[in-house]
Ligand binder design. Structure first.
Ligand SMILES: *Cc1c(COP(=O)(O)O)cnc(C)c1O
Length: 356
């Protein structure tokens, strides 16, 4: 039985991505060779790299003056690469969860960190508001979608300093005004491709102002100069990303994905509100993620948590157990998640309610 894959990451990919990637793994463009076994300097692979970067520009409407880098090391490597390249004396961070925290920890190795606001007091159940972004810092770092807790910053904010965003789990889920950001980054394994490639969209003119020496591999300028080909890139992950982006384009681009995402998330949140068994842990509707929908049992049903999980698994639902730090449930409904799977989850929640 094909499962409904609600995994938080690595996560669901479209059948289009999986089928086309599998075809190229067997035989790339009738070349008689697999995409896994050809030179990254070959004409075939160079075309894949170029198209992938070009599709980033097209789908996200990236203005001139920015570079799209396809690197390795995951979003976690960016936690150190960003301060290495950008933190002279002090940076500001918004603490909205575990990933934001990890980014703060790395930045502290390079300078002062001003955590301007935090929602740690309630296990990150909201996005802090009403804070001021200091103007005397080298950059301000945010995590737009908090994959673990199910909160999201859905609007592109104005910042008096370079705005840096971890968009690992919401890139391509909504239109983004890239011009408001100095740097956007993320791992591939939520909305793009199997794990392996890490994207970085960086404004070229923010670089080159550091006094410290930067190791070659950790210097963004290396990868800009070499078109992300300084060393061997993660070829298969990039190939899969290209197919995902082609599919997004075919579906009508990011605006179409956003419309569908709003529908899917809306349906699921409506059911969480309606259902007498469940409740959302995210009080402010404006903060609710359209990618990771978290919910818990109401107090009177708390002891039924394992029952619902077993019930849902029996209905083909995979990956809905909440992160260990929050408990409850989390349905990750990334771009590739069809509406029919969200409907199947809603039916499961309704039937569980009836069974009690
Ligand atoms: C998954 C995730 C990460 C970690 O990504 P890696 O590629 O595993 O390093 C970082 N930030 C956010 C928001 C994530 O969802």
């Amino acid at each position: 039985m094909k499962k409904h894959n609600f995994s938080a990451g690595p996560s669901i990919l479209s059948p289009y991505t999986i089928k086309n990637t599998a075809d190229g793994i067997m035989d790339l463009n009738n070349s008689g060779l697999s995409v896994m076994e050809i030179s990254h300097r070959s004409k075939d692979f160079m075309a894949i790299m170029d198209e992938t970067q070009q599709l980033f520009v097209e789908l996200l409407d990236i203005p001139t003056g920015y570079s799209v880098l396809l690197l390795q090391g995951g979003a976690s490597m960016q936690f150190c690469m960003i301060p290495y390249n950008l933190l002279k004396t002090k940076a500001a961070y918004l603490d909205t969860g575990a990933w934001a925290n990890k980014a703060v920890k790395e930045a502290k190795l390079f300078g002062d960190v001003d955590v301007v606001a935090s929602s740690k007091d309630t296990t990150y159940s909201y996005i802090p508001k009403g804070y001021a972004i200091p103007s005397d810092v080298d950059y301000f770092h945010i995590t737009t979608n908090n994959t673990i807790y199910g909160t999201e910053i859905k609007e592109d904010m104005d910042s008096p300093v370079n705005l840096v965003a971890d968009m690992s789990s919401d890139i391509f889920s909504r239109p983004v005004d890239v011009s408001k950001y100095a740097l956007i980054y993320g791992g591939a394994q939520k909305n793009l491709a199997p794990a392996g490639v890490t994207f970085v969209i960086v404004k070229d003119d923010i670089l080159g102002n550091m006094d410290r020496a930067i190791p070659t591999m950790l210097d963004y300028r290396t990868h800009i100069d070499k078109g992300s080909m300084f060393n061997t890139p993660p070829c298969v992950s990039i190939y899969a990303a290209m197919h995902t982006l082609r599919w997004y384009k075919e579906q009508g681009g990011v605006a179409a994905m956003y419309k569908l995402n709003m529908e899917k998330a809306g349906m699921l949140y409506d059911e969480i509100e309606r259902n007498s068994v469940f409740t959302s842990g995210i009080g402010d509707e404006a903060d609710r993620s359209i990618m990771n929908v978290t919910f818990v049992m109401k107090d009177e049903y708390k002891e039924k948590e394992a029952d619902f999980l077993a019930f849902a698994i029996g209905r083909g639902m995979s990956g809905i157990k909440g992160h260990r730090s929050v408990g409850g449930f989390r349905a990750s409904i990334y771009n590739a998640m069809p509406k029919s799977s969200v409907e199947a989850l809603i039916d499961t929640m309704k039937d569980f309610e009836k069974s009690l």
